[in-house]
Structure formats: structure tokens, C-alpha cells
Write a protein that binds this ligand. Structure first.
Ligand code: HSE
Length: 410
């Protein structure tokens, strides 16, 4: 029998408890051992909940118990999670976490500590919820040079954008519904402003390229400035607006570019059909070509399923550390201003009155108008460096907003 402990009995922690209790025989069979939850740590009490029998309030009970071989960390946040995880690894316990803030901040250090102590630090659930993507990157895609890794990595914002498009809901109603369904972070700003997706693409791209990509270095823009009208225009242009997180090698001149931002993508784009709380990760390898990983990107049971999958892997590998190619060396990223792409701009007023000023600033553009009474229109620029666009945009009168357009689109 292998004893494990779970740090945190929130949405994911209670999901871990449920997954292990529901699929006990399958999980034990896959692990080759009986897995027993010896402790669950939480500051709160849960009267009447079956967790009561194993609930503790003091992390040291777990960290000092040599019978605990695997620790699941699902508390979220950097502290005290970092302190507990580090101590657990140093005490010879493998750790499985869903905590992207922790992995994005301290991933390489914790991998090193795990290796020094002959244990494993696994974090499949930190990116893409239940979608297997970390292990494929570490074990299956190791024969390729990764050209691009891009995805829809935040279930809450994808759910919000989808509901605004399909149900005509306003932003607040869609956010409330995401929160009620347990998809959102405690602080919704982390989802809406792209910080959550930023940490996830920092982790995925570090694994894909084998060097460190710090989340602070990734240009990040959320969805709070996207309006229902922009989504209507996107639909008329045969596009959808998605919060895309991406890191790509763009060639010798442009180098590596990473960003999180809303992007207009066309029907042909592989991420176009990814709706609701679903996430997807698109990977382009120089030998493999394109590959897509798709599934439930958030929520209690999908995320817990990925965590428990890590527990099974940790139990199968007790006594040896699996190598992970993620070095401390920083990958140099190109400025987003150098990236060449097209832009959508929504304008107030009449097209006829503004077109010549627009063409003076941006050159040739494609314009689009709705057949309704609203005094607005939009235009799409030709491909241009973002800093060139920004300069022209700052001089434009009557602009109501702008969105990047994927190079394949419109
Ligand atoms: N708040 C996150 C999301 C949860 O919506 O994707 C999963 O990381």
C-alpha cells in the first residue's frame, strides 16, 4: 500500500478525493499498488464530509510522516505551497501539483530539488486542466524541434467569449456562470486579464524549448476590452475572437515570440472550433508537423483526473527520478512590436468621412459594415509590424478598439 496526502480540500482537492474513491480499482491496477489517502490538509473543517476521517490542520503531520510517499499539492498560490512542496521533496516524497503559479515561478528549482532527492515533481494538471500535454511534451515529442506551441489555455475566458457569441450574454453574466461552475480562479482578474494563460504558456514553452521562459517576459493582454460588438464583427468576417497563448520560433530575424492576447481567427484555424470551457494546445514539430491536444481545460474532475494520473506515475516510479529537459537558461524573446501581422480596428462614425484618414495612416485596408443603425464600422489592415501599427493607431481619431488578426485569417 502507498500512502499519499492531499494539501488543500478546495475544488481540485475534493475532486482528487472523489476520483480516487470512484475509480479505486482502475487506479490501483494502473499503479500496481493500492493507493491510500492517509491525510488531507485544510485549515477548514468539513462536518459530515467523509474527508473528516483523514483531515489534518498542520502540514508538519504530513511532512514528518515517513509513511507518506506522495504529496498532492492543490492549494494554489505560491506560498505556502512552495514551502510545503520543497519540504516534501527534501523529505523524499514525490509531489504532484495542479498549481501553475508555483510551477511558473519555481518549476526549475523544484525539479532540481526532486532530482537531488531521488523523487519526482509532476505538474500535468497545471496546464490545460485534464488534457494530457505536459507528459506528451516530455516523453512523446522528444524527437522534434518544436516550431510553435499555441493554445486556448484558459477555460473561463473561452467560456465567456463563447457564451457572449452564442447566447448573446453580457460579460458579467458569462463570468458569473463560469464562477458558479467552478472554472474560474478565486481572483477572476487572473483569468480575464490573461495572467493564468500566461503562466501556462510559460510552463509549456519552457518544456517545449528546454530553456526558461519567464512569465514576466511574456506580453499579456486579457479579454476585458473585447465587446459584444467586436464579437459580432468577427462573426461577420467569418472569424471568432479567442484568447490565444503562444510561443513560436519565427525565423532567424524575428527569433522567438511569446504572447497572450485576444486574436481573431478564421474557421480554418485549428483552434476555431474550441468552444466553452474546452482548451486545446496546438504543437508544430519540424518532423511531426501539426498536432492538437484537446479536452476539458478546467473544472473539478478533469483537473483532478490529471492530478491522480500524476500520482499513478509517481507510484510507478518510486525510487527513481524521471528526467525533464527544462534548464535555468533563459530563452531570449523578441519584442512584440517587431511581430508582423494584420489588425482589426473598430471605428465610430461614418466610413465615408473617415476612410481617407485611415488610408493615410495605414495604407490599403479592408472595410466592413453591419446592416444596422449603429454608427460604426471596422477595417482590417495589411500585415505590418506591431510597432508600426501602434504608431498609426495612436494618431487615429474615432477608434473604439483593436484586435490582432491571425496571419492566416480574413
Ligand atoms: N481558471 C482556470 C481556467 C482553471 O479557467 O482555465 C484551470 O487552470
Amino acid at each position: 500500500m502507498i500512502n499519499i496526502a492531499v494539501l488543500g480540500y478546495g475544488t481540485v482537492g475534493s475532486g482528487v478525493f472523489e476520483v480516487i474513491n470512484t475509480n479505486r480499482d482502475i487506479i490501483n491496477n494502473n499503479a500496481g499498488e493500492e493507493i491510500n489517502i492517509k491525510y488531507v490538509l485544510d485549515l477548514r473543517d468539513f462536518p459530515g464530509d467523509p474527508v473528516e476521517k483523514v483531515l489534518v490542520h498542520d502540514a508538519d503531520v504530513i511532512l514528518n510522516d515517513p509513511e507518506v510517499r506522495v504529496v498532492v499539492e492543490v492549494m494554489g498560490g505560491v506560498e505556502p505551497a512552495y514551502t510545503f512542496v520543497k519540504k516534501a521533496l527534501m523529505a523524499g516524497k514525490s509531489v504532484c501539483t495542479s498549481n501553475k503559479e508555483l510551477v511558473a515561478e519555481h518549476g526549475t528549482q523544484l525539479l532540481k530539488t526532486a532530482s537531488e532527492n531521488g523523487v519526482n515533481f509532476f505538474f500535468e494538471a497545471s496546464c490545460g486542466g485534464g488534457i494530457p500535454i505536459i507528459r506528451p511534451l516530455c516523453t512523446s515529442l522528444t524527437a522534434d524541434r518544436i516550431e510553435e506551441i499555441s493554445g486556448i489555455l484558459n477555460g473561463t475566458t473561452n467560456y465567456i467569449l463563447t457564451k457572449m457569441e452564442t447566447e448573446g450574454w453580457d460579460f458579467d453574466k458569462a463570468l458569473k456562470s463560469a464562477q458558479d461552475n467552478g472554472f474560474a480562479e478565486r481572483n477572476p482578474e487572473a483569468d480575464i486579464e490573461g495572467y493564468d494563460a500566461c503562466r501556462k504558456i510559460a510552463i509549456l514553452s519552457s518544456l517545449a524549448y528546454g530553456k526558461t521562459i519567464r512569465f514576466e517576459d511574456i506580453y499579456t493582454e486579457g479579454i476585458s476590452r473585447i465587446t459584444h460588438r467586436d464579437i459580432e464583427y468577427a462573426g461577420k468576417l467569418g472569424c471568432a475572437v479567442k484568447l490565444i497563448a503562444s510561443c513560436a520560433y519565427l525565423g532567424e530575424e524575428e527569433g522567438y515570440c511569446a504572447f497572450v492576447a485576444p486574436v481573431m481567427i478564421k474557421k480554418e484555424h485549428p483552434l476555431f472550433p474550441v468552444n466553452g470551457v474546452f482548451n486545446a494546445v496546438f504543437v508544430e514539430g519540424n518532423m511531426l508537423g501539426p498536432a492538437m491536444f484537446y479536452g476539458s481545460g478546467a473544472g473539478k474532475l478533469p483537473t483532478a483526473s490529471a492530478v491522480v494520473g500524476d500520482v499513478v506515475e509517481a507510484v510507478r516510479n518510486l525510487g527513481r527520478t524521471l528526467p525533464v529537459a527544462w534548464s535555468d537558461e533563459k530563452l531570449k524573446l523578441s519584442e512584440i512590436g517587431n511581430i508582423v501581422r494584420r489588425f482589426y480596428v473598430r471605428m465610430e462614425g461614418a466610413l465615408e468621412e473617415r476612410l481617407s484618414a485611415i488610408e493615410k495612416l495605414f495604407g490599403r485596408v479592408n472595410v466592413c459594415r453591419m446592416e444596422d443603425e449603429t454608427p460604426d464600422f471596422c477595417f482590417i489592415t495589411e500585415a505590418m509590424a506591431e510597432k508600426t501599427f501602434d504608431e498609426a493607431y495612436s494618431k487615429l481619431e474615432g477608434a473604439l478598439g483593436r484586435i490582432r488578426v491571425d496571419n492566416l485569417s480574413v
